[in-house]
Design a protein around this ligand. Structure first.
Ligand SMILES: [Mn+2]
Length: 327
């Protein structure tokens, strides 16, 4: 890593805040080490993160496949971040597999395959940004963290911990954050750019979701939200525009499960969130989905009304788990 060469840094497909933050943060440290650094995202990254310094350097492989292939072909060093399998980097997986470059995987997810002999993994880490920070610190390179790099790493720590709320938010993480603030992380701006950018449509659609769209099943400690397509057409929010709506069901006192049913052209997209022991991913399996214990996704090819009926039928079989004192 200390010998300058052609470095390529790759996040997973549809990169989230941690993926974008970690690739940009690492790229900026590699810049300082005089590598020629390319950041290649397998697919487009969310426009919400464009406020971050240096995002314009991200090359999107689906848009510039030839350029991506060329860069990977001449790479000496390839970093794959925030995912543990080549499948998670989409079409770039095969190119990385074929490459003779030194490959390094940095990740905190449970599922991984050993596609490279060099890896820095910690499933207890809050975020890949935390791992990049620790790597930089352990290499004695903290001085190389510029304000832009600090912003990028802060973004991933913030988003992967739900705003420093999840149990992965350790005192160690807070000390790293303190270091990033010393390095110039502009956290008031990051908060503002992430959380105070709603469109009027999104705010109104959320209003619908929480009023007409919401059903609360107090006896099942569950809330679910249905949003018909016609309502989404009234207040168009674009792809990902309903991100976070599902979490509101869990803000109701006593609830352990929240579900969002979003009607799309050809399916009902479902999101499941739980707190404590209730397995959201197990429930999601009934809807052709899966995911994490407390956050999962799925779909239904039935109508919205039929999906709701099916959901209620299946939910009844989870009654014991929903009311269990540990839930
Ligand atoms: Mn992550």
């Amino acid at each position: 890593m200390l010998v300058p060469g052609n470095a390529v840094v790759i996040p997973h497909v549809r990169p989230d805040g941690d993926a974008v933050g970690s690739v940009l943060g690492l790229a900026q440290v590699l810049d300082q080490l005089n590598h020629r650094v390319a950041v290649i995202s397998p697919t487009e990254y969310p426009a919400d993160f464009r406020f971050l310094p240096d995002t314009e350097r991200i090359l999107v492989a689906t848009e510039q496949p030839v350029q991506a292939e060329k860069l990977l072909g001449s790479a000496d060093l390839i970093f794959v971040l925030d995912c543990g399998t080549l499948e998670r980097i989409g079409s770039l997986g095969q190119l990385v597999e074929q490459s003779n470059a030194v490959k390094i995987n940095i990740d905190h997810h449970k599922d991984f395959e050993a596609f490279t002999p060099l890896a820095f993994r910690d499933v207890y880490a809050s975020s890949t940004c935390e791992l990049v920070f620790r790597l930089v610190r352990e290499a004695g390179l903290l001085d190389m963290i510029t304000p832009a790099c600090a912003d990028a790493l802060y973004l991933g720590m913030l988003t992967d911990t739900g705003g420093f709320r999840f149990p992965s938010t350790t005192s160690h993480l807070h000390r790293m954050v303190a270091d990033l603030i010393d390095k110039g992380a502009n956290f008031p701006r990051i908060y503002n750019e992430l959380f105070n950018q709603n469109s009027e449509n999104r705010t109104r659609l959320l209003g619908y979701a929480l009023c007409e769209g919401l059903t609360v099943l107090a006896e099942q400690r569950t809330a679910y939200i249905k949003i018909p397509l016609a309502v989404q057409r009234q207040w168009p929010v674009g792809v990902g525009g309903t991100e976070g709506f599902v979490n509101y069901g869990l803000t109701i006192k006593g609830n352990v499960l929240s579900v969002l049913m979003l009607e799309e052209e050809d399916r009902i997209k479902m999101s499941f969130r739980s707190v404590g022991s209730f397995p959201a991913n197990d429930l999601a399996k009934h809807f052709q989905g899966g995911g994490h214990h407390n956050a999962a996704g799925g779909k239904s090819l039935l109508s919205l009304a039929e999906t709701e009926a099916e959901f209620l039928r299946i939910l009844a079989s989870y009654q014991e788990q929903l009311v269990s004192p540990e839930a």
